[in-house]
Design a binder for this molecule. Structure first.
Ligand code: PLP
Length: 382
């Protein structure tokens, strides 16, 4: 069997060769490998400079101040730090967290943990298109609401939330706002000056960087209190301890800068890949695109194929590397929590697949994938 076509960019992306090159220069004795916290020698200074350059690259993509970027091991940790770290100060006060039922597990599991510890939690049901709107958020705010956490681009459906509207609302009501931007950073322009959110989570591996590295944007606001979730050494101004992973951080800096330079170009290409794929599927009946197609990141396509179980469909497509539901739920056969929250029936949710395109997908691959899928659907239906 030939190597399948990789169409699971929403799960993770391959590292861009430009980024790999940068990373390799920060590993061995001949490179910039040292501990950035080593203040007593040249190697440490060199590593510190490299890490601070990377911080500038990450901050630069979203127009933040370098002092607003806290390195983490990924968006999961950034979400944990923002949600648990911010709410910690309100322990025992009946404080309320407002989020949506369509969030990534890295947010949902944090709020469940808080709930077990006595916090009040609302998980908003999105509209039928999977969007969390400022109106829905406004209706759920109460006097005890201390934090709103809503993702930018949904990792299963690609649906883009109106985070500008929600952040403005949070600001107006004096409530802190957290955004999980793991799927949007580097793909959709984010300007923290305009957005005025308090916390934004980033990950490198969704945007052609390595896995295991991310960052949390923490707005510079004197009254913003954040309890560290990892203690030991007081790195990152006490917010996140642990020796900085020089090679990982320079790679994240490089992939964020590259994403900024290529944003328009990547988006244009990905939009056309989606069209190629859908063109090939064209005549197929019983296909439903999940999520509000007027507000969708084109790199993610979530589709229900009526009457055909997703697992059966996947087994009929051995040459396509795609996902049933989200990567995180594909180990179990439960319907996706995102599709269920959007009101999809269990059978439609279980008939859904996620196809995601990226920088290295070719038009030929998108055409072939669409054609292969159409033929498989026709074969199964016959
Ligand atoms: C991938 C992803 C995460 C987790 O990021 P890691 O860096 O893998 O921890 C969180 N939220 C969303 C929306 C994601 O897509």
């Amino acid at each position: 069997m030939s190597t399948p076509i990789y169409l699971d960019y929403a799960a993770t992306t391959p590292v861009d060769p430009v980024v790999t090159e940068v990373m390799l220069g920060h590993l061995g004795l001949d490179g910039c490998f040292a501990n950035p916290a080593s203040r007593s020698h040249f190697f440490g200074w060199q590593a510190e400079a490299a890490v601070e350059k990377a911080r500038k690259q990450v901050a630069g993509l979203v127009n933040a101040d370098v002092r607003e970027i806290v390195w983490t091991s990924g968006a999961t940790e950034a979400n944990n730090l923002a949600i648990k770290g911010y709410m910690d100060q309100f322990q025992g006060q009946g404080a309320h967290v407002l989020t949506s039922a369509t969030e990534h597990k890295a947010v949902l599991d944090c709020v469940s943990y808080l709930e077990e510890r006595g916090f009040k939690v609302t998980r908003l049901t999105p509209d039928g298109g999977g969007r969390v709107t400022p109106e829905l958020v406004a209706a759920a705010i109460n006097d005890e609401t201390r934090l709103i956490s809503v993702m930018h681009v949904n990792n299963e459906t690609g649906v883009v939330n109106d985070i500008e509207g929600i952040a403005a609302l949070a600001r107006e009501r004096g409530i802190a706002m957290h955004i999980d931007a793991a799927q949007s950073a580097g793909k959709i322009a984010i300007d923290v000056g305009q957005l005025q959110a308090d916390f934004i989570s980033f990950s490198a591996h969704k945007i052609y960087g390595p896995k295991g590295v991310g960052a949390l944007y923490v707005r510079r606001r004197p009254d913003l209190v954040l309890t560290p979730q990892i203690h030991g050494g007081g790195h990152e101004r006490g917010m996140r301890s642990g020796t900085l992973a020089t090679h990982q951080l320079v790679a994240m800096g490089a992939c964020f800068e590259l994403a900024g330079q290529r944003m328009a170009q990547d988006a244009e290409k990905i939009t056309s890949l989606r069209q190629c794929f859908l063109e090939e599927l064209g005549e197929c009946t019983g296909l439903l695109l999940n999520g509000d197609q007027a507000h969708v990141w084109p790199g993610i396509l979530n589709m229900a194929i009526e009457g055909i179980d997703g697992q059966l469909m996947l087994s009929a497509l051995p040459n396509l590397a795609i996902s049933s539901g989200s990567a995180c739920t594909s180990a179990t056969m439960a319907p996706s929590h995102v599709l269920s929250a959007m009101g999809l029936s269990e059978s439609l949710a279980l008939s859904s697949l996620r196809i995601s395109f990226g920088r290295f997908t070719t038009a030929d691959e998108a055409h072939l994938a669409g054609k292969t899928m159409r033929e498989a659907i026709e074969r199964i239906r016959a």
